[in-house]
Ligand binder design. Structure first.
Ligand code: UGA
Length: 444
């Protein structure tokens, strides 16, 4: 078969055999969504316990719709879970690498897991494979990946490397995957491009094709831009507080300009999660490595951390002495609709309150069991009202939608001092003030 007709075959191919290595948050969502599109997907993880759970369709993370999607795909035999990379590689045309790239102490991404997987893939290469980075990696990782696979490949050296960064938000990951604003593919061969174009065709989304370095950079640039946008509005919120303006309205007015856009302009206690804090640090290091001092990002990071301290200072300013005061922290996950507490602003805030010897009571609808493992000396409550019983302050850290229906008349009777510190500008300030609450938001 000529090279051209082979390529047009890929173009026509609708379904692929896919291996996703890493059944973490990104890997699992990608595996389930590729399976939903009709592909046959093998999801591999070296954590045997996790794989056994997944075989029983027990999804380790709370992500709306994911368990249902996994169940459906497993029932239709489109998705299976194994812990052998060998089998995963052998049975697939496309291999997605979605392993963790956690930060080292310096902020640089630790690529140990990725390199390990690359060697394993190389050992088992037996025919052409397209190997795709899904993990968030520093620019030029694709090059290293290619070298490493070449070096360790035994029987076959036919492969392509591609970069296909993910833009999934926790809590909305399935929608973000199936209805993306864009799909970015970084490739260095026509064949790799054709395969990825065909794979993503059913989504009908705009596809941006670049070289591998550029695709890798797009991911870090996107997350860093969004993080900077949040820090920008948080810096404005400090000015608003001093100048007696309302940051929510400033954000609205600014965001109405289509060039700026309304999203990611919510002032508050700042960003957390497993992505923004890590990716901002990693991007600072990447820039340093190529000789660029990315001071803007350093400042975005500093502003973000300051917001947490500032929130505690505001509570302290109101309550004067925090020792023996009871603070009810509502929400501990880094944002709503997830049980993820990684780098959650609430954790730092709780630690600062504890340092002042405050009594901290916590309620979170999903993240309590994870939080219990990392927070000592804090009482976890089964509902909002238990948390607020005899509290001197309601400190809102995560804007779970169920908090929009709280019975504030009841809360006023329960609290020792009716004081709301709203870290997400979530509650209706006027209503609370009418009910006799002392209300402090961010930048208003
Ligand atoms: C983020 C990106 O939004 C995704 O596009 C990306 O794929 C993902 O990281 C990743 O790299 O894997 P995620 O961390 O799930 O997704 O959460 P976001 O919804 O982006 O929120 C991040 C943090 O920013 C949260 O703590 C949130 O509370 C905070 N935030 C967000 C604000 O403080 N203000 C805003 O206006 C928006």
């Amino acid at each position: 078969m000529s090279q051209n007709s082979k390529l047009s075959n890929y173009k026509k191919q609708r379904y692929f055999n896919i291996c996703v290595i890493g059944a973490g948050y990104v890997g699992l969502v990608a595996a389930a969504c590729f399976a939903k599109l009709g592909n046959r997907v093998i999801c591999v993880d070296n954590d045997k316990k996790k794989i056994e759970q997944l075989k029983k369709v027990k999804v380790p993370n709370f992500e709306p719709g994911l368990e249902k999607l996994v169940k459906e795909a497993v029932r239709k035999k489109k998705l299976s879970f194994i812990h052998s990379i060998a089998k995963g590689v052998k049975d697939s045309q496309i291999i997605f690498i979605a392993v963790g790239t956690p930060p080292k102490e310096s902020g640089e991404a630790d690529l140990t897991a990725l390199e390990h997987v690359a060697r394993k893939i190389a050992e088992h290469l037996d025919s052409y494979k397209l190997i795709v980075e899904k993990s968030t990696v520093p620019v030029q990782t694709g090059l290293r990946l290619k070298e490493s696979i070449r070096r360790y490949a035994k029987r076959c050296r036919e492969f392509d490397i591609a970069s296909n960064p993910e833009f999934l938000r926790e809590g909305r990951a399935i929608d973000d995957f199936l209805k993306p604003d864009r799909v970015v593919i970084g490739v260095e061969s026509d064949k790799a491009e054709k395969i990825l174009q065909a794979l993503y065709k059913p989504l009908g989304a705009p596809v941006l094709v670049t070289d591998i370095n550029t695709a890798e950079l797009i991911k870090h640039a996107s997350n860093s831009f969004l993080a900077t946008k949040i820090s920008f509005i948080n810096a404005i919120s400090l000015i608003c507080e001093r100048a007696k303006a309302d940051v929510s309205k400033v954000a609205e007015g600014v965001g109405m300009d289509k060039r700026i856009g309304r999203e990611f302009l919510k002032a508050g206690i700042g960003y957390g999660g497993s992505c923004f804090p890590k990716d901002v640090l990693a991007f600072i290091q990447i820039a340093k490595k190529v000789g660029v001092d990315f001071k803007l990002l350093e400042e975005a990071k500093n502003i973000n951390l300051y917001q947490r301290r500032h929130f505690v200072e505001k509570i302290k300013e109101e309550l004067w002495i925090l020792k023996n005061k009871t603070i009810a922290v509502l929400g501990v996950s880094f944002k709503p609709d997830t049980d993820d507490i990684r780098q959650a602003p609430a954790l730092d805030i709780i630690k600062m309150l504890k340092k002042e010897n405050a009594n901290v009571k916590v309620y979170d609808p999903e993240a309590a069991s994870k939080a219990k493992k990392v927070l000592g000396g804090v009482s976890f409550c089964n509902n909002v009202y238990d948390a607020l019983y005899k509290a001197d302050c309601l400190a809102l850290c995560t804007e779970w939608s169920q908090f929009s229906n709280l019975d504030f008349r009841k809360i006023k009777k329960l609290m020792r001092y009716p004081f709301v510190a709203d870290g997400r500008n979530f509650f209706d300030r006027e209503k609370l003030q009418r009910l006799g609450f002392r209300y402090l938001g961010i930048g208003r």
